[in-house]
Design a protein around this ligand. Structure first.
Ligand code: PLP
Length: 358
């Protein structure tokens, strides 16, 4: 698909590869497309323009009622210098699901993938080469209509911005302590927990801050109704290995359907490791810990890939998971996914989509 391209007149200095961090630097260009107020036009005026501030009316409905969705995916540089996106179609499909839930007009999946591909092709010099480093893409839609009534906006902007990010574990693959959250709630059944939308993040901040003040890296969310079943860890999906079996909470409408989660499940099945998606009660985890069957726990998400959990704080008690170090599953999944992303292991499942060189 040919998009109009307006090239920047003042390319930005590229940060040093060893000081990238996460989400602080932005590339030269962004993708932009509009919708409304005439719905008959659909999405229009797709173009790539210099990265820069938006003009938004203070009455824009996104600022008041949070009608917005986002995605997060990565482009990697392979050993041969070529660039590929990791599973962009899955992100495009999830963007449509999020749009439907938030009453936002759908971005056609092909358009989403084309926008990502063309933007990365133009800003290819911004894709870092180091192992584990990548260009993080952040597609988003925001409601722009200046109107304070409560109903879906009549106008929207679709943007894709990109940020070069370093390897998530700059100082080594480190397991983290997690606090089991038994008071605050991230998402409830029937709500927007399964959609990638700002509201879930806003709702999560206070619990995460409190956990950090208590010496934990994040919280393990439990269900809103009874605080009995585990759901997600921070903003990642969660896996537990109890005995031989690997268990992750089923996609029940509260859990965000992670692309990394799906990738971990596929890799484990391919290895012949039993994986089940089902409700998992905290009690079951406590019992497994008590009789020595709790072998591993880890989070999964695009930013970190896999994040091993060393210990769980449960109502003031600290329970060590396994031996408190990086378990063999978390370690090997992390290595394998990164190797596929950088093209140093075979892409058995066709997860990489090449970005043409321009
Ligand atoms: C994005 C996200 C995840 C992880 O999804 P990935 O596609 O693997 O990055 C998990 N939980 C929440 C709440 C998220 O927003």
């Amino acid at each position: 698909m040919g998009f109009e391209i307006v090239r920047t007149q003042s390319p930005r200095p590229r940060p040093a590869q060893d000081a990238l961090g996460f989400g602080r630097h932005f590339s030269d260009h962004m993708f932009r497309m509009e919708y409304g107020p005439d719905p008959a036009k659909g999405w229009y005026a797709g173009r790539i323009v210099p990265y820069g501030p938006l003009t938004l009316e203070p009455a824009a409905s996104v600022l008041h009622y949070g009608q917005t969705i986002f995605e997060g995916l990565k482009a990697f540089r392979g050993a041969d210098g070529s660039i590929a996106l990791f599973r962009p179609q899955m992100h495009a499909a999830r963007f449509v699901q999020s749009a439907d839930r938030l009453c936002i007009p759908r971005i056609p999946e092909e358009l989403f993938v084309d926008a990502c591909r063309e933007l990365v092709a133009l800003d290819h010099e911004w894709v870092p080469g180091a192992d584990g480093a990548s260009l993080y893409l952040r597609p988003l839609v925001l409601a722009t209509e200046p109107f304070l009534g409560v109903r879906p906006s009549l106008a929207y902007t679709f943007l894709v911005i990109t940020s070069p990010v370093g390897a998530y574990y700059a100082s080594g693959f480190a397991p983290v302590r997690i606090k089991v959250e038994r008071q605050m709630v991230r998402a409830a059944r029937g709500g927007v927990g399964a959609s990638k939308t700002a509201a879930n993040y806003a709702a999560s901040l206070a619990a995460a801050e409190r956990a950090k003040a208590e010496g934990f890296a994040q919280v393990l969310w439990t269900d809103a109704a009874e605080h009995r079943y585990v759901e997600e860890v921070g903003t990642m999906n969660v896996f537990f290995q109890i005995g031989e079996e690997v268990i992750t909470p089923e996609l029940d409408g509260v859990i965000l359907p992670g692309v990394t989660r799906a990738s971990v499940i596929e890799l484990l099945r391919h290895r012949g490791v039993p994986v089940v998606e089902r409700k998992l009660a905290l009690q079951e985890i406590l019992e497994a810990h008590a009789d020595g069957r709790l072998r591993e726990a880890f989070g999964s998400g695009t930013a970190a890939v896999v994040s091993p959990i060393s210990a769980l704080g449960v109502d003031g008690e600290l329970l060590t998971v396994g031996n408190g170090g990086v378990g063999p599953l978390a370690g090997s999944l992390f290595e394998e996914i990164i190797a596929i992303q950088h093209g140093t292991a075979p892409d058995l499942f066709g997860w990489l989509v090449p970005v043409p060189s321009r």
